[in-house]
Design a protein around this ligand. Sequence first.
Ligand code: MN
Length: 154
Amino acid sequence: MHGMNTKATHVRKAGPAGRWEGVERLAYKRDGDAPFRDVTRQVLFDAVGGASQWRYFEVAPGGHTTLERHQHTHAVMVLRGRGRCLLGDRIYPLGPHDLVDVPAATWHQFRPEGDEPLGFLCLVAQDRDRPELPDPAALAGLRALPGVAAFLDS
Ligand code: MN
């Protein structure tokens, strides 16, 4: 493989779980109009030959990621905390090292449980479409599914 890829990437853990050397943590303030709440994002590096990007998200207790869907896909691994995710028409429990693959055009949202942040790695394509938020009819359809209204209101 020599000569193929001369750009090696090695990023060291820095301090507590969920921090890396030289990686800026982008914090989003709580905002009533924002579709997410209490989420930080770290862009780790471009991966898979530049086709994809590793990110790390942390959601504080009481927060949540955006309820959205899009054509691009996510591969997720939980690194810390516990929580649940909505994926399609079901709610799944989440804990450290659990893996989630979010298919195309599938509604998804991540929520922590307990008093520790929910932190997860997310691998995503560099070339990605803009997320779609649910309109009122789509939201009503989701809320009619078993357990989903309670999840969204938790
Ligand atoms: Mn997404």
